[in-house]
Write a protein that binds this ligand. Structure first.
Ligand code: HEM
Length: 490
């Protein structure tokens, strides 16, 4: 302990009190947390890109320059997530996001083929069907002079997309957000945020006595009940298909999604295939992974899409450029659906999406538990420290991104990316524990944004400087993102 304290205290950081450390400065509401962390970093760590704080007796380092981020994220030894992720475990168990060690290695290997581009191609139809429902839903906002919050619309759309692609099951959140399952997804998310924000809800033994725990148990019952039922039914359907038997009428729609003329497979089918009848993955293992995809694959993409639409809504010239690119790709057949090839050729839109993720990375902080000493910028960071990688601040480094607050998609033109430090821009994290779903996410974002922009012109109502950001698991604006929409005539 002495050694640890000695090594940690060599790293620059604010003065701290005995026993509580810097807990008073850092235990603030989530709308202030990001600002607090950035303030600390600017004062104490600006030169080295690294500083330390103590939360009670626990040491933390904050890192925010490419050179200090790289040793942590590139290492195959420091792959354990921090305590903050454990609040997700009642729902997600130890799936790919939360697991560590040998379990994570094995799962990552098993799951990687599920994200092959050939498989992603099959999901384009889902992206487009749900985007078209979204465009339709937005019609009701056409005459809304004051503007409306785009976030909830997009979140329901991305939840529909991930449920259909992960489980092969429609939850119709866009049509009806009042179902038991959809409500449970949102409620458990808010319980996890609450636990992260409030120090007294963190120890399990205390949390167990709260009303929130009861509500969490109820959500977990609903969520696991639904996933278990889908897994069971899917197994039976697979069996029927193998035997070429007729499908019961209540499963006809689902059967045609999975095995109809298009033979679209959900991630779940791939997991069932990989499970080898339970020898490699048990039903519970499969449930953990499906739930993980649903959690990690809907809020992240919804934030990314909402921010990109909002930012383009503030830059009419850039929005017009995206629109021109879409028109060029569609040519004379303006009514046709986008294909995978179309989405891949939307290069300017891709730059806009990347720039939006630079300014507002869906995951603003990535945390690691360091179980071994590690050298970062001439300092030995001792085992037992939690490392917080501040993507939000890393992406605002003026040396890599001059005029960092400016929305400038040209930063991502191929000629401008050349020579950039590989750890300077990491919205999907980097190294061995990077996001397994990043190609899926990019395609989904393109499909949804291009579908909206071919139907509407978007105008931002809120001003960026007036927004309050919540530094939670996902970066959100406290009061939503207001935009106005106008139907396109050409
Ligand atoms: C714009 C959208 C997305 C962003 C910005 C994003 C970002 C990230 C980041 C930063 C991590 C690392 C987290 C950490 O180390 O703590 C991560 C991990 C992960 N993401 Fe994503 N993600 C997105 C979409 C998706 C989608 C669509 C899926 C699934 C379909 C997905 C599945 C996962 C999984 C399973 C992990 C854990 C990987 C591992 O630890 O091996 N993500 N994501």
């Amino acid at each position: 302990r002495d050694r640890m304290a000695r090594l940690i205290n060599r790293i620059p950081g604010p003065p701290y009190l005995p026993i509580i450390g810097n807990a008073i400065e850092m235990n603030v509401e989530h709308d202030e947390l990001l600002e607090r962390m950035m303030g600390t970093m600017k004062i104490w760590g600006r030169r080295v890109g690294l500083n330390r704080i103590w939360i009670g007796s626990l040491p933390y380092i904050l890192v925010f320059l490419p050179e200090t981020v790289e040793p942590i994220l590139s290492s195959s030894r420091h792959i354990e997530k921090s305590r903050d992720y454990s609040y997700l475990q009642p729902w997600l168990g130890t799936g790919l996001l939360t697991s560590a060690g040998a379990k994570w290695h094995k799962r990552r290997k098993t799951l990687t083929p599920a994200f092959h581009f050939k498989i992603l191609e099959d999901f384009i139809d889902v992206f487009l069907e749900q985007s078209s429902i979204l465009a339709n839903k937005l019609k009701r906002e056409i005459n809304n002079e004051a503007g409306f919050n785009i976030f909830p619309y997009v979140t329901h759309c991305t939840l529909d997309i991930i449920c259909e692609t992960a489980m092969g099951r429609r939850v119709n959140a866009q049509e009806n957000s009042d179902t038991e399952y959809v409500k449970a997804v949102y409620e458990i998310g808010s319980i996890v945020q609450n636990r992260q924000a409030k120090i007294w809800l963190q120890p399990d033994w205390l949390f167990r006595w709260t009303l929130l725990h009861k509500r969490q148990e109820n959500c977990v019952r609903i969520l696991h009940g639904f996933s278990n039922k889908v897994i069971q039914e899917r197994k039976e359907l697979l069996k029927l298909q193998e035997q070429n038997k007729t499908v019961p009428t209540e499963h006809e729609e689902e059967y045609s999604i999975a095995f109809g003329h298009k033979k679209r497979l959900a991630f779940l089918d791939l997991l069932l295939e990989a499970s080898q009848n339970g020898a490699v993955l048990s039903n519970e293992d499969i449930r953990e992974e499906v739930d993980t995809f649903i959690f990690e694959g809907h809020d992240t993409t919804s934030a990314a899409i909402s921010w990109a639409l909002f930012l383009l809504g503030g830059q009419p010239d850039m929005q017009e450029k995206v629109r021109e690119e879409i028109n060029e790709i569609l040519g004379t057949d303006t009514e046709r659906r986008f294909t995978m090839k179309d989405l891949n050729s939307m290069k300017y839109l891709e730059c806009c999406i990347k720039e939006a993720l630079r300014l507002y990375p869906s995951v603003p902080v990535i945390a690691r538990q360091l179980n071994e000493d590690i050298k970062v910028a001439h300092y030995t960071v001792p085992a037992g420290t939690t490392a917080l990688v501040l993507t939000y601040m890393l992406h605002r480094n003026p040396e890599t991104f001059p005029q960092p607050e400016k929305f400038n998609p040209d930063r991502f033109l191929p000629e401008n990316v050349l020579g950039r430090h590989p750890y300077a821009y990491i919205p999907f994290s980097a190294g061995p524990r990077n996001c397994i779903g990043q190609k899926f996410a990019l395609l989904e974002e393109k499909a949804v944004i291009a579908s909206i922009l071919r139907t509407y012109r978007v105008e931002a109502v809120d001003r960026r400087e007036d927004l309050t950001l919540l530094g939670e698991l996902i970066l959100r604006p406290k009061h939503g993102l207001r935009i106005k929409i106008f139907p396109r005539t050409t």
